[in-house]
Design a protein around this ligand. Structure first.
Ligand code: GDP
Length: 429
C-alpha cells in the first residue's frame, strides 16, 4: 500500500485539481494538511456544478474517507455551506466519512476584517479569506481551534481575551469592530453544526494507515509559495512543501511513500514577486491566451513564461519529489521552438544552475535558456505516451533529465480523460 503526497512544484495553479481527481480515484483516504478554503475543485453532480474549497473531492465517492487535518485553517461557515450543498445532493449521508481535526485552527470574522482592511490599505493580493491572520494567531498562541467551538465557557474566555486587540487592529485599518455576544453565539452555533464531523484527525488517519488503506495527501498552492522555502515575502502563510503533509495531518515522516510534484509545461505566477522566466511579450501573451491563464476567482491575468528547470530542481529538493506530473502540455503545441531555463546569469556576472536561496537575487537574474524543437500536432486526443509527437516526448524527457525525476503523468487537456498515465504511484492498484 502506499501513501502519496501531491504538491504544486511552482507558484500554484499548476492544475492540481485535475491530478488530485485522478489520484483520488486510486486512493481510499484523502487528506488536506495546510492552507484554507483555497483548493477549489469543481464538481458536477446531476448536471449541477459545485465548487469545493475545503472538503476534499473524495467526498463524492461514498467509500472514501476525507480528513481536514490539524494544519488547515477552517472557516466554519464556508465548511458548513459546503457540507450543506453536499448533503442536498445526497452526498455525505454518513457523517463519519468526513473528519475535521479538532486541533485545526478556526478562521473567525475578525481575521477576515483584518485581511480585508490590510488589502484595502495596500493591495498585497491576498484572497481576503482571513487565512493569513488566522495563521498569525496560531503562531502567536492565541488562536481558536475547532475543539474550542464545542466548549462555551472556555470559548467565551478566549474570545474575551482576544477581541479587544483584534478590534483595535480592525479599527486601525478602518474596519468595523465586532461585539462579543454575537460573535460567541455565531461560533457556538457553527460549533454545534460541525460537531458530527469533528474528531481526532491524527488518530483516524493512523488507524486507516494501519488498515493498509491508500492515503492521498492533497497540497494546496505551490512550493515557491511556501513560508520557509518560497520566494519570501511573496509567499503564503503556511508550509506548502511535502514535509508538512505529515505535520499538518498528525503522522510521522515514515508514513509517506511517494511525493508527486505537479508542474505546468511552462510557468505562471499570480501577483507580485520574482519570476525569472516571465515573458512580457507576444510569446507570454500567447501562453496566457492559449492556456487561459486568468485567475479562477479574480479573473486577473497570470504572469507567464517558459519552464524553469531551476525552480523544478529546487522543488524536487525541498519536497523530495519521487515523480512529476506535467500539465498543459497541449498549450505548447504550435511553438516553433520551446525554451527551458537551465541556469541564471546573476548581476555579479556569475552563472548559477541551482535556484538561489536569496530571493532578492531573482529580481535581476537573467535566465539562460536551452532551445528545444516544437511540434504542430494538437495533443488533446492522445492517450498513450508513445502517441505524442517525437518532439513532445523529447521535451518531457529533457525536463525529466534536468530535474532528475521521472514523469508519471502528462496532461493534454482540461477534461478528466485527457491524461496520459505512465505510472500509478499507488502501487497496490
Ligand atoms: P490548480 O489550482 O492547481 O488546480 O490550478 P488551476 O485552478 O489553475 O487549474 C488549472 C486550469 O487548467 C483548470 O481550468 C483546468 O481545467 C485546466 N487544465 C488542467 N490541466 C490542463 C491541461 O492539461 N490542458 C489544458 N489546456 N487545461 C488544463
Amino acid at each position: 500500500m502506499s501513501n502519496v503526497v501531491i504538491v504544486g512544484a511552482q507558484w500554484g495553479d499548476e492544475g492540481k485539481g485535475k491530478v488530485v481527481d485522478l489520484f483520488t480515484s486510486w486512493a481510499d483516504v484523502v487528506v488536506r494538511y495546510q492552507g484554507g478554503a483555497n483548493a477549489g475543485h469543481t464538481l458536477v453532480v446531476g448536471g449541477v456544478k459545485t465548487v469545493l474549497h475545503l472538503v476534499p473531492s473524495g467526498v463524492l465517492h461514498p467509500g472514501k474517507k476525507c480528513i481536514i487535518g490539524n494544519g488547515v485553517v477552517v472557516d466554519p461557515e464556508a465548511l458548513m455551506d459546503e457540507i450543506d450543498v453536499l448533503k442536498s445532493r445526497g452526498l455525505l449521508s454518513d457523517p463519519t466519512q468526513l473528519v475535521v481535526s479538532e486541533n485545526a485552527h478556526v478562521i473567525l470574522p475578525y481575521h477576515k476584517r483584518i485581511d480585508a482592511g490590510r488589502e484595502k490599505k495596500e493591495a498585497i493580493g491576498t484572497t481576503g479569506r482571513g487565512i493569513g491572520p488566522c495563521y498569525e494567531d496560531k503562531v502567536a498562541r492565541r488562536g481558536i481551534r475547532v475543539r474550542d467551538l464545542g466548549k462555551p465557557e472556555s470559548l467565551r474566555t478566549k474570545l474575551t481575551a482576544r477581541l479587544d486587540e483584534a478590534n483595535a487592529q480592525i479599527a486601525s485599518l478602518g474596519g468595523e469592530k465586532l461585539e462579543l455576544k454575537p460573535l460567541l453565539d455565531w461560533a457556538l452555533q457553527l460549533g454545534r453544526r460541525m460537531q458530527p464531523y469533528v474528531g481526532d484527525g491524527s488518530e483516524t488517519l493512523s488507524h486507516e494507515v494501519a488498515r493498509g488503506r491508500a492515503v492521498l495527501f492533497e497540497g494546496a498552492q505551490g512550493t515557491l509559495l511556501d513560508i520557509d522555502h518560497g520566494t519570501y515575502p511573496y509567499v503564503t502563510s503556511s508550509n506548502t512543501v511535502a514535509g508538512n503533509a505529515v505535520v499538518g495531518a498528525g503522522l510521522g515522516p515514515t508514513a509517506i511513500d511517494e511525493v508527486i510534484g505537479i508542474t505546468k509545461a511552462y510557468t505562471t505566477r499570480v501577483g507580485n514577486g520574482p519570476l525569472p522566466t516571465e515573458l512580457n511579450d507576444a510569446t507570454g501573451e500567447k501562453l496566457r491566451t492559449v492556456g487561459a491563464e486568468f485567475g479562477a476567482t479574480t479573473g486577473r491575468p497570470r504572469r507567464c513564461g517558459w519552464l524553469d528547470a531551476l525552480v523544478l530542481r529546487y522543488a524536487a529538493r525541498v519536497n523530495g519529489l519521487s515523480g512529476l506530473a506535467i500539465t498543459k502540455l497541449d498549450v505548447l503545441t504550435g511553438f516553433d521552438t520551446i525554451l527551458v531555463a537551465v541556469a541564471y546569469k546573476l548581476p555579479d556576472g556569475k552563472t548559477v544552475s541551482e535556484f538561489p536561496s536569496d530571493p532578492e537575487l531573482l529580481n535581476d537574474a537573467q535566465p539562460v535558456y536551452e532551445e528545444l524543437p516544437g511540434w504542430k500536432e494538437p495533443l488533446g486526443d492522445l492517450r498513450e505516451y508513445s502517441e505524442l509527437p517525437a518532439n513532445a516526448q523529447r521535451y518531457v524527457e529533457r525536463v525529466e533529465q534536468l530535474v532528475g525525476v521521472e514523469t508519471i503523468a502528462v496532461s493534454v487537456g482540461a477534461e478528466r480523460a485527457q491524461t496520459i498515465v505512465r505510472k500509478n504511484p499507488f502501487r497496490h492498484v
